[in-house]
Design a protein around this ligand. Structure first.
Ligand SMILES: *[C@@H]1O[C@H](CO)[C@@H](O)[C@H](O)[C@H]1NC(C)=O
Ligand SMILES: *[C@@H]1O[C@H](CO)[C@@H](O)[C@H](O)[C@H]1NC(C)=O
Length: 475
């Protein structure tokens, strides 16, 4: 499903970063260039690749792998990378981050590194000592229950509450705030029995960028570029990655709605009309228990990391088609889901909409003065068949005009059918390369405008991104 937010996201992130700067006080921000990072799951050659492409990177030490007793080793490791040309330096210090790591000996780390370090780890307010940090990353870009699961009515923590808690722990130190588009994962028995949950994601990408505009953090980290396993990737599926089982839910699930969704106030960044949409492949009520066999073990139950059936938190997702319009002038949006049509007045700029999702074809049109200027069917229908026999709460994203086709590569396809209990799922991308012609309300658009291709987008990132195309990877 994913066109995932893809590069569009990055373009708008860059745009928004610029806009954000204008909304916050100059004094407060004076010493830091505003930057948007993208969390990238590790490949050893990231520094070389970044260098060849004029990008900057930094390492985020994953403390699921490193341990907090290794401050000095981490410092030496940092020193080895900090001399590489692609290393990001801010105000003369090598930028370093982490996933978790509360309690690591930061002084030992700094002294082993032997060079100035700007350490902005994912410490947690109330757990780690923020006095020894230069800033901090909040990873939790999803509303949650305070215990790494979806909120419940009794335990419901917004992303903004996380922002406030970090802001307060940080004082005047810079805050690396999260922006995520989606979270769903389903590692059942076909894979490794490790996790089976979602966080409420629906319009999160759009809302979060609006919130970030108001908040104006020094830095933003997109979580993530390519963590397919947790469905929060915004990068293309076609980028090379090792399959850890995620191909079962990401095949065909490309998500391209991007950052553009966040461009609500920076209207000046909207230079052509676009309808961006996303939705899950099936209704939440679809029962996949028969083929998604999940004989839970007491150990899994005890770990809290695996639950039978639908992913934990599934009730926090709405059965809806989500639409963001990016318009140069007002128009009429028509959304048809499974034969049911709704129309909306869409303003100039960015706006979001949702309509109930129904099985069947999904189509989208934009009209002005009663004439369609954009109109297309989605490549992907909503189905009443469990995808690969599994519960799949990932999102498919598309846009009108269309973006690039983003098929899953061989790494993922090779293992796609392993462990499945149905034979209906083939290890090939199954989306057509073009949708059937639009025959909905208003008929064919008067002029077809083709969206920019991948290469154009990359170029736009380079042009608009300034410091934004900085990726980091997990060591
Ligand atoms: C959590 O709070 C938000 C904002 O008030 C609300 O929209 C959402 O429905 C709540 N979620 C749950 C599970 O109670
Ligand atoms: C795991 O927990 C579920 C939900 O509480 C329960 O129905 C199931 O019997 C448990 N399975 C095992 C093997 O303990």
């Amino acid at each position: 499903m994913r066109f995932r937010f893809s590069l569009l996201a990055t373009v708008l992130a860059a745009a928004l970063a610029g806009v954000t700067a204008r909304t916050t006080s100059v004094e407060e921000r004076a010493s830091f260039p505003r930057m948007v990072f993208c969390h990238f799951m590790g490949v050893g050659f990231a520094y070389d690749s970044a260098d060849r492409n004029g990008m900057k990177v930094f390492i985020s030490y994953d403390f699921n792998w490193w341990n907090t007793g290794q401050g000095a080793q981490i410092g030496s490791h940092m020193a080895g990378y900090a001399s590489r040309p692609a290393q990001l330096f801010i105000n003369g210090a090598a930028f370093i981050s982490s996933f978790a790591g509360d309690g690591v000996d930061v002084n030992a780390m700094r002294s082993a590194a032997g060079i100035p370090i700007m350490f902005v780890p994912n410490f947690h307010p109330g757990q780690g000592n923020f006095d020894v940090l230069d800033g901090a990353l909040n990873w939790l870009g999803w509303p949650n229950n305070g215990n790494n699961k979806a909120p419940t009515p009794g335990a419901n923590i917004s992303v903004a509450a996380g922002d406030a808690s970090y802001r307060s722990a940080l004082g005047s130190k810079p805050y690396l705030a999260p922006a995520s588009a989606w979270f769903s994962t389903h590692y059942g028995p076909e894979v490794s029995y490790s996790k089976n949950w979602v966080f409420p994601s629906d319009l999160l990408w759009y809302q979060r960028w609006n919130d970030l505009l108001a908040l104006g953090p020094e830095f933003v980290e997109i979580v993530t570029w390519n963590d397919y396993g947790e469905s929060h990737y915004v990068g293309p599926l076609s980028s090379k990655h090792q399959d850890d089982g995620a191909s079962k839910w990401v095949n065909d699930m490309s998500v391209d709605f991007a950052y553009k969704a966040g461009a609500s106030s920076p209207n000046s960044f909207i230079t052509s009309d676009q309808i961006i949409y996303w939705y899950r492949p099936t209704l939440a009520s679809l029962n996949c228990d028969a083929t998604d066999t999940t004989a839970n073990t007491p150990a899994n139950n005890a770990s809290g990391n695996y639950f039978e059936g639908r992913p934990d938190g599934w009730q926090t997702m709405q059965d809806a088609i989500f639409v963001v319009t990016l318009l140069t002038s007002p128009g009429t949006l028509t959304v048809t889901s499974g034969g049911k049509t709704q129309t909306f007045n869409a303003p100039a700029g960015a706006a979001s909409f949702s309509v109930p999702m129904a099985v069947g074809q999904q189509s989208f049109a934009l009209a002005r003065n009663g004439v369609n200027v954009l109109a297309a069917n989605s490549l992907k229908d909503i189905s009443n068949v469990c995808p690969c026999g599994l519960y799949n709460f990932d999102a498919y994203t598309g846009s009108v005009p269309p973006n690039f086709i983003d098929p899953l590569g061989p790494d993922g396809l090779n293992s796609l059918v392993a462990g499945l209990h149905v034979s209906t799922c083939r290890p090939t991308p199954s989306l057509p390369t073009s949708a059937p012609p639009y025959t909905g309300p208003g008929g064919q658009p008067t002029g077809i405008v083709y969206g920019p291709g991948l290469r154009d987008r990359i170029r736009r990132i380079t042009v608009m991104g300034e410091d934004s195309e900085i990726f980091h990877f997990v060591a």
